[in-house]
Unconditional design. Structure first.
Length: 251
C-alpha cells in the first residue's frame, strides 16, 4: 500500500509550491539546460491538503480539459502527442498545460493523465512526468508502464534499453545518493526530441520547469552530465546527484 506521504517522497520531481523561480530560456529556442531546484513544503504540511488542491476545479475548467483531450491527436508516435500540447498551448495558453499552484485547484488535465497509471493521487503534490509519458504512450495505442514512477520504465516488458537513442525514445534521469552512490528510486522521464550532443539532450515532457512555469509540458534541454540537487528522503532534504540513467525504446 502506498501512503500519501510515501507516494510524495518517492515520486516527486518538481514540487507544487515554490517561493521563487528564475526565468528560464524560451521553448522557442530551447536553449536552457540548467535544472532549477524548486522548493517543497514540509512533509508535515501535506496532510491538510484537500483532493486536487484547496479548491475543486470548476465545471468550465473540467469541460475545457475534456475538450483538450478530445482534440488531442492519437499519434502516430507518443512524442507527436506530447508535442501537440506544446504546439497548441505553450505560447497562447500555458496555464492549460501546467500544474496550477495552490491555493488554486489542480489542473483537471493533469489529473486526467493519471488515468494511464495505477495511482489515483489525492493531493496536488505528486510529480506527473511519468503519468504524462504513459498517457501519450497509451493514446498512441501502445503499452505504457501503468506507473506514476519515472523509474518504472527501466524494468518493464514493453521497453528496452538502447545506447543509440532516436527521436521518440524516452530519457530516464535518476537521483543517486551522493555518499553511497545508490539510486534513490526517483528522477524524471521525458521524450527524446533530438539526439544528445555537446553534453545535453533536448526533450519534451510534463512536469518540467520552463519560462517561469515551475511545472508544465515543455520542450527544453537537459544536461546529460551529473547535476547536484536536493530531494526529500525520509522527511528531510538530502544532497543527491541527478544523472541521465538510460534511454528507453518503446516497443
Amino acid at each position: 500500500m502506498i501512503t500519501r506521504r510515501g507516494m510524495i517522497l518517492g515520486l516527486v520531481v518538481a514540487p507544487a509550491l515554490i517561493k521563487s523561480l528564475p526565468t528560464l530560456a524560451s521553448t522557442e529556442n530551447a536553449g536552457e539546460d540548467t535544472f532549477y531546484q524548486l522548493t517543497y513544503p514540509s512533509p508535515d504540511e501535506l496532510d491538510g491538503f484537500q483532493k486536487f488542491g484547496y479548491e475543486p476545479a470548476t465545471e468550465d475548467e473540467k469541460s475545457k480539459a475534456a475538450e483538450i483531450i478530445k482534440n488531442t491527436p492519437k499519434g502516430p508516435m507518443p512524442i507527436d502527442i506530447a508535442q501537440s500540447f506544446v504546439d497548441r498551448f505553450y505560447l497562447v495558453d500555458p496555464k492549460a498545460i501546467s500544474q496550477w499552484p495552490v491555493p488554486e485547484s489542480w489542473n483537471p488535465l493533469v489529473v486526467a493523465f493519471f488515468s494511464s497509471t495505477s495511482l489515483r493521487p489525492n493531493n496536488d503534490m505528486v510529480a506527473w512526468c511519468a503519468a504524462f509519458a504513459n498517457w501519450c504512450i497509451e493514446r498512441s495505442g501502445r503499452n505504457g508502464s501503468r506507473s506514476a514512477a519515472s523509474q518504472s520504465f527501466l524494468s518493464d516488458k514493453y521497453f528496452k534499453t538502447t545506447d543509440n537513442p532516436n527521436v521518440g525514445d524516452l530519457a530516464i534521469f535518476t537521483c543517486y545518493d551522493k555518499v553511497s552512490g545508490t539510486s534513490l528510486g526517483f528522477g524524471h522521464v521525458a521524450f527524446v526530441k533530438e539526439k544528445p550532443a555537446n553534453g545535453r539532450i533536448r526533450v519534451i515532457g510534463g512536469n518540467q520547469s520552463a519560462d517561469g512555469h515551475y511545472s508544465i509540458i515543455s520542450d527544453r534541454y537537459f544536461s546529460t552530465g551529473d547535476r547536484d540537487v536536493r530531494r526529500h528522503v525520509d522527511g528531510k532534504y538530502v544532497a543527491c546527484t541527478m544523472r541521465l540513467n538510460s534511454y528507453i525504446t518503446i516497443v
